[in-house]
Design a protein around this ligand. Structure first.
Ligand code: NAD
Length: 256
């Protein structure tokens, strides 16, 4: 379905970003990966799916590096047809204890990076009259949780950015939508499970149940594969007129 298209997924060396990259690759899209840590493993996983893969190590908190990444994408594959703004970090602390540097980093990586990548991707998408921008927000783009001020502010912000991007592209073949996952068991969430286990003297399994029980009636983690299939749907022709939605996949979290 996506043969000949190029997808750039930020923060795709791990977790949800890698899951979405694999789902798009299975549909034939060439992939540009981004993110830290092991890069050879994820590149090999994508290449094994029979598509072209490239990697750029831009730090998404730096606008000049995002510009370099978008130029690299255009030089390597012609243009970016599908942009998935996914890179994100978390920090948990009460507002009065929240390190200012963590606030700045979360807003830069979880929100401002999406503005930069979007503004740089849009001209070529509009010229081609086809494009997909998918913002990985969170249930925290729709509701709040204590001790996550920067994350909740950034995620509400990216849901707003999604709506404005959708409105500005509405007369074109470019669409923009957001995905709002509940708990997904990635390294970002495992750190929160570990903190719960340490604080309450629980096993890993007990801490996972406690975390799910606080928020998700389904008592199940959403998987990167399930989120990847939602991204595929947003890229399909059936989604041509799906614009500006914030689609939760959250085990009932926000239905309460
Ligand atoms: P993760 O920690 O597994 O992956 C984060 C990715 O972002 C990694 O590839 C990492 O290298 C990259 N990254 C971090 N800082 C970066 C930077 N400065 N520049 C470039 N890349 C950077 O986390 P995840 O859970 O897969 O999170 C992915 C996205 O999904 C985030 O936006 C997160 O807020 C969102 N999300 C996660 C959950 C969850 O439960 N895990 C729920 C809702 C939303």
């Amino acid at each position: 379905m996506l043969q000949g298209k190029t997808a750039l997924i930020t923060g795709s060396t791990s977790g949800i970003g890698l899951g979405i990259a694999k789902s798009l690759a299975k549909q034939g899209a060439n992939i540009i990966l981004n993110g830290f840590g092991d890069t050879a493993g994820p590149q090999a996983e994508i290449a094994a799916l029979g598509v072209k893969v490239a990697y750029h190590g831009a730090d998404m908190s730096k606008s000049n590096e995002i510009e370099a990444m978008m130029k690299f994408a255009a030089d390597t594959f012609g243009r970016v047809d599908i942009l998935v703004n996914n890179a994100g970090i978390q920090h948990v602390a009460k507002i009065e204890d929240f390190p200012v540097e963590r606030w700045d980093a979360i807003i830069a990586i979880n929100l401002t990076s999406a503005f930069h990548a979007t503004r740089l991707a849009l001209p070529a998408m509009k010229a081609a009259n086809w494009g997909r921008i998918i913002n990985v927000a969170s249930v925290h783009g729709l509701v709040g949780s204590a001790e996550k001020s920067a994350y909740v502010a950034a995620k509400h912000g990216i849901v707003g950015l999604t709506k404005v991007t959708a409105l500005e592209t509405a007369p074109t073949g470019v669409t923009c939508n957001a995905i709002c996952p509940g708990w997904v068991l990635t390294p970002l969430v495992q750190k929160q499970v570990d903190a719960k286990a340490a604080a309450a003297g629980l096993t890993n399994e007990e801490a996972k149940k406690l975390l799910l029980g606080e928020k998700e009636p389904s008592m199940q983690f959403t998987t990167p594969e399930e989120l990847g299939e939602l991204a595929v749907f947003f890229c399909s022709a059936a989604s041509n007129n799906v614009r500006g939605v914030a689609w939760n996949m959250d085990g009932g979290w926000t239905a309460q």
